[in-house]
Ligand binder design. Structure first.
Ligand code: GRF
Length: 201
């Protein structure tokens, strides 16, 4: 399937997905577009280096969220994008985008949801003092990190961990897990029944 990756920041997951595609680990998935709400974010530079087209739009330049997302949907449809992969995209998605892409938008979050949804999940986990955290890939709905879970992988918190050391281990898990799930998603192998998902063989 033709994939658009949405990202707002560093874009290390975007880079990991691009690398996975180069190495033939994205199955039938093909990254055709980067969408970013932060034209100055490092991820835009990464897309340029990778030769991937980028749609860089400032939400402030639109009358509202609906108009901003309508512009995105128009470009997704123009490019025949079938799948939307959020990778550090720091915005909620409205029905303008959710409706045409129902069941075709996924996100990665650096905790074992439903624990530590929202911003700074890694900081939240350290502050809480959990011994186990991890990574979740899930379908996107209108809420903040609330859609049905597709895959989860755990990461142990070690004594002496800082936000940086824990983030580094979590990111390594993300870079491995997200291409696996995106590959299955692109192959149409991720099935949703209510809130229960299964990944077909
Ligand atoms: C990742 O930890 C992801 O789980 C979260 O935002 C972060 C994005 O990092 N949603 P990067 O921009 O991919 O480096």
């Amino acid at each position: 399937g033709r994939i658009a990756v949405f990202a707002s920041g560093t874009g290390s997951n975007f880079a990991a997905l691009v690398q996975a595609q180069r190495e033939g680990r994205l199955g039938g998935g093909s990254i055709e577009l980067l969408v970013s709400d932060k034209p100055e974010a490092p991820v835009a530079q990464r897309a340029e280096e990778a030769g991937i087209p980028a749609l860089l739009l400032r939400p402030k330049d639109f009358a509202g969220r609906e108009q901003y997302e309508a512009a995105i949907v128009a470009e997704l449809q123009r490019r025949n994008i079938g799948l939307v992969v959020l990778a550090g995209y720091m915005r909620l998605i409205s029905p303008v985008l959710l409706a045409p892409y129902a069941g075709r938008i996924i996100n990665i979050h650096p905790s074992l949801l439903p624990a530590f949804a929202g911003k700074d999940a890694i900081g939240q986990a350290l502050e809480y003092g959990v011994k186990l955290t991890g990574v979740t890939v899930h379908f996107v709905d209108g809420g903040m990190d609330t859609g049905p879970v597709i895959a989860q992988r755990s990461v142990e918190v070690q004594s002496g961990d800082t936000a940086e050391s824990l983030a580094a281990r979590i990111h390594q898990v993300e870079y491995a897990l997200y291409p696996e799930v995106v590959s299955a998603f692109a192959a149409g192998k991720v099935e949703l029944n209510g809130r229960m998902t299964t990944i077909a063989e």
